[in-house]
Design a protein around this ligand. Structure first.
Ligand SMILES: N[C@@H](CCC(=O)N[C@@H](CS)C(=O)NCC(=O)O)C(=O)O
Length: 214
């Protein structure tokens, strides 16, 4: 076990603040009570060293001693191995958390991300009907699941960090209005003190960078 260092952009424009994916990692680290520090990589001019850690030139990545990991899902699974708060130790709970972690990223975010990009970019009116339908179908399947349980894998886990973060972006554009259980789940997850700390820290990180650019 080495020092945990989370790297994110040194600055981002206003719109994505509060939603940059380093938040998922901050949230997990706060839930687990693991010590870490945050480092920055340039947003404007991405260097070779950045691509060496994150081949798509994106954020975040995490280093654990001399181990470097990109992809928020992989980072959360890595942290899960360090903390039963994040990933249950028993095989049944662990596999439930793992399947829901992939469901968040591969079944729900697959629909929600392009949907959100249309919203973000002010082009919602041009969104193809199939994309809206695709997201609604996924939400329609999540709704009874979340109506029937507090957290996806029994106790709170990395699966909830990812699912709640994915759904939170949809909620930002009022996309959960017809799905009250999904909306209630997001409210429940984001009411956790670890989320509040992670969110506030991300906003402070980017706000501090504004001063340097002014
Ligand atoms: N699948 C990656 C996605 C990472 C990602 O999309 N990061 C965004 C910030 S939230 C980014 O770096 N955007 C800038 C870009 O794509 O150039 C993960 O989950 O870590």
């Amino acid at each position: 076990m080495g020092e945990l260092v989370l790297t994110t952009f040194d600055w981002v424009p206003e719109t994505p603040r509060g939603f940059v994916r380093d938040l998922r990692v901050r949230w997990a680290l706060e839930e687990a009570g693991l010590p870490y520090r945050v480092a920055s990589t340039p947003f404007d001019e991405r260097q070779a060293a950045h691509f060496a850690h994150q081949p798509f030139g994106q954020a975040p990545w995490l280093t654990d001693g001399d181990l470097s990991i990109f992809e928020s899902g992989a980072i959360l699974l890595h942290l899960g191995a360090r903390s039963a708060t994040l990933l249950p130790a028993d095989p049944r709970g662990r596999s439930a958390a793992t399947e829901w972690l992939f469901a968040a990223l591969n079944s729900v975010e697959m629909a929600s991300l392009p949907w959100s990009i249309f919203q973000f970019s002010g082009q919602a009116a041009d969104m193809p009907a199939w994309l809206d339908g695709f997201l609604k179908a996924r939400l329609g399947h999540m709704e009874p699941v979340l109506a029937g349980r507090e957290w996806l894998a029994g106790s709170f886990s990395v699966a909830d960090i990812l699912m709640a973060d994915v759904l939170r972006l949809v909620d930002r554009f009022d996309g959960l209005a017809a799905h009250p259980a999904c909306r209630g789940y997001v409210a429940r997850a984001t009411a956790r003190p670890a989320f509040a700390k992670a969110h506030a820290d991300q906003l402070a990180h980017f706000a501090a960078a504004d001063a340097g650019r002014a």
